[in-house]
Write a protein of this length. Structure first.
Length: 542
């Protein structure tokens, strides 16, 4: 479950969640779609290039087959000509040679030879007339020709691989074109050979028959492919006419003997053709080794080409060479990358626009939520007046923001009412507290009065008792003093001072008792006012 938990940055923010929901399809699905489209587009474009070079190879193959067929048909037409038959009947070697020279120029052959049925050379286009004797003499002179020049007549021409001496026996003037120095080539199979001295020839051998079907002679015509520049240039012009390729690209065609370019319009540099260079080992193994047709990009001499190779076979079916056509890949690669770049640019623009729209759309959701979150935080911090305010959203989120403001207004009103009630309650509590304090004070005063009253009552009782007990002796003393004064009469004069002193002391005692009763029973003496000598009062108190 922990592995399925969302990241903290995603789990704690609805904004991040909305952004992830909005941008995930753009940042993941759309790039995958772009990648798939680019892969498909690149593959489709490459397949178009392969299809084109395949059709180019078909055109080159068709023209090469046409040339091969023309070698056969041309040789057959000469063998069947009335002029040749008449010259043979007359044994007119000069006429035969003149006809062969003329036909060679007309047909574009490299050589046309006339042989006796046993393979002895009768005449050829390359012999000077002065070199000929009688027909019988030529037959005897030719008896020593190499055996591989005595080919059996064939109803059609074929691509033939000959050793140098075999071709030179048929056309000694072609010797400069046979020998091809090999040039070290990047990616080619290792070899110790330095020279290619074999010849690849389009060869046709046709019997010249008499009226009774007897073979009178053998006519052999051929085209040497080694360094045959007009042929390969013509193939290239047919396959790649002007304007058939984008600016900067150019078509190429090549004939290989084994893996060696024996004629080509591929350049090494400037105007030097790449004759003598070799094909890459990968192509050699596929075409010459397995007999496949190569339809793919290949490194040709010094650059990459969209290439097509197919094997050339002799009459026995042996793979003796290759036919190649192709065109420079770089301009097409540039076009492909430009096209893919435009596609990527369009998708990036779409992604940016979609991202902006998605962000704006997501913002319309999370912005009111953020405002509500901040508003609640401010309210929690004590800002009761905080509100979300008007929002642009007219959906449920906008309604929620409006409801939150309404709820906060209601809460604020309720809070104010509660505060008002609390203030009133506080005022009442203060008033009740003040009343209670007053009551407590009154109660305490009452308690003090009560205690005082109780004390006074006790004191009053004591004072009353004391006063009663004192008043009686005082009354007796006073009565006796009065009785003594009356009894002594004039005899009291000597003690008059003492009697007055006794009267004063009795009055003093009576006053003390009266004051004691006044203290003990204050209510009985309310309204009584008497002048008091402070010093005397203090002395009395002491």
């Amino acid at each position: 479950m922990a592995a399925l938990a969302a990241p903290q940055w995603l789990a704690r923010s609805i904004r991040n969640k909305l952004l992830a929901i909005a941008l995930l399809p753009l940042l993941v699905v759309l790039p995958l779609l772009v990648g798939a489209l680019l892969a498909w587009g690149a593959a489709a474009y490459d397949q178009l290039l392969i299809t084109k070079v395949q059709s180019d190879l078909a055109v080159a193959r068709g023209y090469f087959g046409q040339v091969l067929a023309e070698v056969g048909s041309g040789t057959d037409a000469i063998a069947a000509s009335h002029e040749l038959h008449e010259s043979l009947q007359r044994a007119d070697l000069l006429a035969l040679q003149a006809q062969l020279v003329r036909e060679r120029a007309r047909l574009g052959f490299d050589f046309i030879n006339l042989y006796a049925p046993d393979g002895a050379l009768i005449t050829a286009n390359w012999h000077a007339p002065a070199a000929f004797g009688s027909l019988a003499q030529q037959r005897s002179d030719a008896a020593a020709l190499p055996a591989d020049t005595r080919m059996n007549p064939s109803p059609r021409a074929s691509v033939t691989l000959l050793q140098a001496d075999a071709l030179l026996a048929m056309a000694p003037d072609l010797a400069p074109r046979i020998r091809i120095p090999l040039i070290a080539t990047r990616g080619a199979a290792p070899t110790e050979r330095q020279i290619e001295d074999r010849a690849m020839v389009l060869l046709s051998t046709v019997p010249v028959r008499g009226a009774d079907g007897e073979t009178l002679a053998l006519l052999r015509g051929g085209v040497l492919l080694n360094q045959n520049l007009p042929l390969i240039d013509h193939i290239n012009r047919i396959v790649y006419p002007n304007g058939s390729l984008p600016l900067g690209s150019h078509g190429t065609a090549t004939l290989f003997m084994d893996d060696v370019r024996i004629t080509t319009n591929v350049r090494l540099f400037q105007d030097r053709r790449a004759i003598g260079t070799r094909v890459s080992q990968a192509v050699r193994d596929a075409v010459l080794g397995r007999g496949d047709t190569w339809l793919d990009r290949a490194f040709v001499v010094n650059d990459w080409y969209v290439s097509a190779y197919e094997p050339l076979r002799d009459d026995a079916g042996n793979r003796i060479g290759m036919l190649y056509v192709g065109y420079l890949e770089q301009p097409f690669r540039l076009v492909k990358y430009t096209m893919l770049g435009v596609i990527v640019g369009i998708f990036l623009l779409v992604m940016v626009l979609a991202a902006l729209f998605s962000l704006r759309w997501a913002r319309s959701i999370f912005k009111p939520l953020e405002l509500m979150n901040r508003t609640i935080a401010r309210v929690e911090a004590g800002d009761a007046g905080a509100r979300v305010g008007p929002v642009r959203a007219r959906d449920e989120v906008g309604a929620l923001a409006s409801h939150l403001d309404q709820l906060l207004d209601v809460i604020d009103d309720k809070t104010r009412a509660l505060q008002r009630w609390a203030d009133e309650l506080d005022a009442k509590v203060v008033e009740r507290t003040r009343d209670l304090a007053a009551s407590n004070a009154a109660l305490q005063q009452t308690q003090r009065q009560l205690v005082k009253s109780e004390k006074l009552a006790a004191i009053g009782q004591i004072a009353a008792s004391v006063a009663h007990e004192i008043n009686n002796p005082i009354a007796v003393i006073q009565g006796n003093l009065d009785l003594m004064r009356e009894s002594l009469g004039a005899h009291a004069a000597p003690v008059d001072a003492e009697l007055r002193l006794l009267d004063q002391q009795v009055d003093r005692m009576r006053l003390i008792v009266t004051q004691l009763l006044q203290y003990a029973r204050p209510t009985e003496y309310a309204g009584y006012v008497d002048a008091v000598d402070v010093h005397q009062a203090l002395d009395d108190a002491m």
